[in-house]
Design a protein around this ligand. Structure first.
Ligand SMILES: [Zn+2]
Length: 591
C-alpha cells in the first residue's frame, strides 16, 4: 500500500513524496514552478554549428544557450545523402534490430530501465553510421526536431537528441526509433516478455517506430496498454502537426508535464490500497484531468486533502526529510551507513555498530553488508545521488560471501529508474558504483552551501582567529596614519569574542594602555565567510550602526567613571563624525 503525498497548496512550490507500505519514505521531489526545467521538452531547432573535432552539432532552439547535439543522437533521416544510400541504411538498420533483440537475453551486471533504452538504441544505430563524419552529412542551417535529455547546468548548454521518446503510464513511444517493440529489462521472466510482446505485435506499430513496455505495463491488461499507445500516438501526431507550423522561438512544441504528474506517471505503483492524496484544489484538478488521459481506471484513488494540519506534517514527511539530510542512515539491526557526498564522488562507509546477530565475525559482516546493500540502493535513489559512488563494506574473507553481496546489490538496484553500473566487490570490501544523474539530489534541492565554511564543514578555531585579530590590531596601531584614532571595535563570532575576553584579556589591556586606545569587542553573526572585522569610528560613518555604537560606547563608559574625561572627548569626536547637534550630545552627557 503505497501513498503518494502531494503538496500543491503554495502557488509556486510543488512537493511530492511516496511512502511505501512499511511507512518508509520511498521517493521525494520538489519543484519550484518559477524555475522550471526543460528536460524532456521538444523544440524545433536549427543547426548553427557543426563541430568536426567533437563530432557534434550546436543547435539553436530558442533557449539561452545553444544546445549540444552529439552525432550519435542524430537520426539518419536528417543525413543529407542520396535517397539510394538512405534506403541501404534503412535495410541495415532492420537487420541490426534483430541482433538487438537477441542481445537482450544476456544482460548481467548492468541494469537498465525504461528511460534508458533510448540511449542504447541510438548507440547501436551509431555503430552502423560511424563510417560517416558529421560534417559530411549534417549542414549548417538545417532544421531539426530535438528533445532535451539533460538540462542546462552551469555554463553547459542543454544536451539534445533527435530520438524522441514520449512516456505514457504503461509504455514509452519512440516515434523515430529503429528499435521496434521492447520490454523493460526489469521484467526478467522470458514467458512474460514473450506473452506481452506477442499481444503488442497486434497493435500494428508502423515500421521505424519503437514501443517500450514499462514495468507498470506488464500488470496492465492489454486493452489499457493499447489505449496508452493510442494516446501517445495521437500526441505524436499533434507534435508533428505543430512542428510544421512552428518557428525556432524557444516555445516548446511539447512540454513535459509537471513534477506531480511525472511522479504519478513514472513512479506510482498502484495496488488495491494505494492512494494519491493532494493538498491544493488547483493541483488536484490538474492531476485528475491528467489521470483521465493516462489512467482512467484509477481516478478514484486520487483524493483531495481536507485537514488543517499541513499535509507533510500529517504524514510525518517533514521529519523524514530531515533524516535525508543527515549523513547517518541507520540499518535495521543496529549498524549504520555514513553517507558523504563530495565534489568528486560519494563515499559510503558501512559500520556494524552494535549488530551482533551472527554467530561469528564473518557471519555478522555478511548480514550487516546485505542489509547495507539494500539501504545503499534505497538511499541513493531517495537522495538521488549520482556519479561515482564508492561503498566501503565490512571486510569478508570468504569469496562466496562477496558473491552473495553482489547478488543482493543487483536485486536492490533492480527498481532504480537511473542507470546503475558496478564492478565486483574487492577483497577489501570496496565497490565502485556509477549511477546516472536524473535530477537534482535532495541535498541540492533542499540546501544551500554553508556561507561560513563554504561547504568544507570547517572554520578556523577561535584561538587562531583571536591571534589574527591581535596581530592586525597591532599592525594598525603601528601604522603612523592611525595615530589619531582612539577606538577600535572588533566584530567576530561569539566563540572568538569569548576567547578574546577570557584568554587574551591581558594582552588587550596592555595594548589599550600602551596606545591609549579603547578596544571594544562585539559578538557578530556574519552572513558570509568573514572571520572578523576591525573598525574605527571613521569606518562606521553616519549610519544606524554608528548611532547604535555611539550609545553603546556611552553606556560602556558610564561604568568606568574614572574614564569620564576620555568618554567625553570621544563622544565629542563621535558627534563630529556623525554630524550630531551639540544639544543631543550634551543631553546624552547629562544622562
Ligand atoms: Zn558550515
Amino acid at each position: 500500500m503505497s501513498k503518494v503525498i502531494v503538496d500543491c497548496s503554495r502557488e509556486n512550490n510543488y512537493s511530492v513524496a511516496i511512502i511505501d507500505n512499511q511507512g518508509k519514505l520511498d521517493y521525494f521531489s520538489f519543484e519550484n514552478c518559477q524555475k522550471k526545467t526543460i528536460k524532456s521538452n521538444i523544440y524545433l531547432g536549427k543547426i548553427t554549428r557543426v563541430e568536426y573535432s567533437l563530432q557534434a552539432a550546436f543547435v539553436d532552439y530558442g533557449g539561452d544557450k545553444a544546445g549540444f547535439l552529439p552525432f550519435s543522437e542524430i537520426h539518419p533521416n536528417y543525413y543529407q545523402l542520396p535517397i539510394k544510400d538512405k534506403q541501404n541504411i534503412a535495410n541495415e538498420l532492420r537487420n541490426e534490430e534483430k541482433n538487438i533483440e537477441e542481445d537482450d537475453e544476456n544482460e548481467e551486471t548492468e541494469i537498465e530501465t525504461d528511460n534508458e533504452d533510448k540511449a542504447e538504441q541510438s548507440k547501436k544505430a551509431y555503430r552502423i553510421y560511424k563510417k560517416y563524419n558529421i560534417q559530411e552529412v549534417i549542414k549548417r542551417g538545417q532544421p531539426v526536431l530535438v528533445q532535451v535529455y539533460k538540462d542546462e547546468r552551469g555554463n553547459k548548454g542543454a544536451s539534445l537528441t533527435t530520438y524522441i521518446s514520449l512516456p505514457g503510464r504503461y509504455c514509452v513511444l519512440m516515434p523515430n526509433s529503429p528499435r521496434g517493440i521492447g520490454i523493460s529489462k526489469k521484467i526478467f521472466s522470458y514467458e512474460e516478455r514473450k506473452r506481452v510482446s506477442n499481444e503488442v505485435k497486434k497493435f500494428n506499430i508502423p515500421d521505424g517506430t519503437g514501443l517500450i513496455i514499462r514495468t507498470a505495463g506488464m500488470k496492465a491488461n492489454i486493452e489499457d496498454l493499447k489505449k496508452d499507445y493510442k494516446y501517445l500516438n495521437n500526441l505524436w501526431k499533434e507534435i508533428s502537426t505543430k512542428t510544421v507550423q512552428s518557428r525556432v522561438d524557444g516555445i516548446p512544441i511539447y512540454e513535459e508535464v509537471n513534477i506531480v504528474e511525472q511522479v504519478i506517471r513514472d513512479n506510482y505503483e498502484s495496488d488495491e490500497k494505494s492512494e494519491i492524496i493532494i493538498n491544493g484544489k488547483q493541483g488536484y484538478n490538474d492531476v485528475v484531468k491528467f489521470a483521465k488521459k493516462i489512467m482512467p481506471h484509477e481516478i478514484d484513488k486520487i483524493k483531495l486533502y481536507n485537514d488543517r494540519t499541513p499535509i507533510f506534517k500529517k504524514y510525518g514527511i517533514d521529519k523524514k526529510l530531515d533524516e535525508l539530510l543527515s549523513p547517518i542512515a541507520p540499518l535495521p539491526s543496529g549498524g549504520y551507513l555514513v553517507i558523504n557526498p563530495t565534489e568528486a564522488l560519494v563515499s559510503i562507509d558501512v559500520n556494524s555498530g552494535k549488530s551482533i546477530h551472527g554467530k561469528n565475525v564473518e557471519e555478522t559482516a555478511l548480514s550487516t553488508n546485505l542489509e547495507a546493500a539494500r539501504e545503499v540502493a534505497r538511499q541513493l535513489r531517495l537522495r538521488n545521488l549520482g556519479g561515482l559512488i564508492v561503498v566501503d563494506f565490512i571486510d569478508m574473507d570468504e569469496p562466496k560471501n562477496r558473491r552473495l553481496l553482489e547478488k543482493e546489490l543487483q536485486r536492490a538496484f533492480m527498481f532504480d529508474k537511473s542507470k546503475v553500473q558496478y564492478a565486483k566487490v574487492s577483497q577489501f570490501g570496496l565497490i565502485e558504483i556509477s549511477r546516472q544523474r536524473m535530477r537534482s539530489s535532495v541535498t541540492e534541492m533542499l540546501t544551500i552551501q554553508c556561507p561560513h565554511c563554504c561547504g568544507t564543514g570547517l572554520v578556523k578555531a577561535p584561538s587562531v582567529v583571536a591571534v589574527d585579530i591581535l596581530d592586525s590590531i597591532l599592525e594598525q596601531l603601528k601604522d603612523p596614519r592611525f595615530v589619531k584614532k582612539e577606538f577600535l571595535e572588533v566584530l567576530a563570532r561569539a566563540e572568538v569574542i569569548n576567547h578574546l575576553v577570557v584568554e587574551n584579556i591581558k594582552e588587550i589591556d596592555e595594548i589599550q594602555k600602551k596606545y591609549n586606545i579603547k578596544i571594544l569587542t562585539t559578538k557578530h553573526h556574519f552572513e558570509r565567510n568573514e572571520e572578523y572585522v576591525l573598525r574605527s569610528l571613521e569606518d562606521i560613518g553616519n549610519s544606524q550602526t554608528a548611532i547604535e555604537l555611539y550609545h553603546a560606547i556611552a553606556a560602556k563608559y558610564e561604568v568606568a567613571s574614572e574614564e569620564k574625561k576620555k568618554r567625553n572627548a570621544t563622544l565629542r569626536l563621535f558627534g563630529k563624525i556623525l554630524g550630531l547637534k551639540n544639544k543631543m550630545f550634551s543631553k546624552k552627557k547629562k544622562g
